[in-house]
Design a protein around this ligand. Structure first.
Ligand code: MN
Length: 156
């Protein structure tokens, strides 16, 4: 149940966030990514990539930087349903992630190499085709640390 952690944290009677359906992974459709600006207790940017029928998600406190010299901390969070890519709105006070969510950028993405292997090995290389974010990017997992990754644009 890839969305179990996501659903456990939310009361869908109170939040308008999608409950999500389990989707089968399809190679036919282009893969989507979204970056949501989330004004919660601490402002952050949720960076989400469609992998295997869910949105793999990282919270990036400072947001992505298009300067290849900048590395941005990206903390892996629970998988989100694909429908979440369309979500913008207000998560009510007292609910998980309370605050305003807006779509900051979205578009297609393409893995460079096998994305599941990249996730397992802690080095995920990919191309983004958004409005703000384009070109080649990498997510690098800290050694011996499952949650913390670095997000940076490559020099390509
Ligand atoms: Mn968030």
């Amino acid at each position: 149940m890839p969305l179990e952690a996501y659903r456990k944290r939310r009361d869908f009677k109170k939040t308008s966030e999608p409950k999500g359906k389990e989707k089968k992974f399809s190679h036919k459709k282009p893969l989507i990514f979204v970056v949501q600006k989330h004004a919660a207790t601490h402002l952050h940017y949720d960076f989400r990539l469609e992998i295997n029928g869910v949105l793999k998600s990282w919270a990036v406190p400072k947001g992505p930087s298009t300067n290849p010299e900048d590395k941005r901390l990206a903390v892996m969070t629970e998988d989100h349903p694909l429908e979440y890519a369309k979500f913008a709105g207000i998560i009510p006070e007292g609910e998980y992630g309370a605050g305003t969510v807006e779509i900051w950028d979205k578009g297609k993405w393409e893995p460079v190499g096998d994305p599941l292997e990249g996730l397992n090995k802690g080095k995920l290389l990919f191309k983004l085709f958004g409005k703000k974010l384009t070109g080649e990017w990498v997510l690098l997992q800290f050694k011996n640390d499952t949650e913390n990754w670095l997000l940076k644009k490559t020099k390509k």
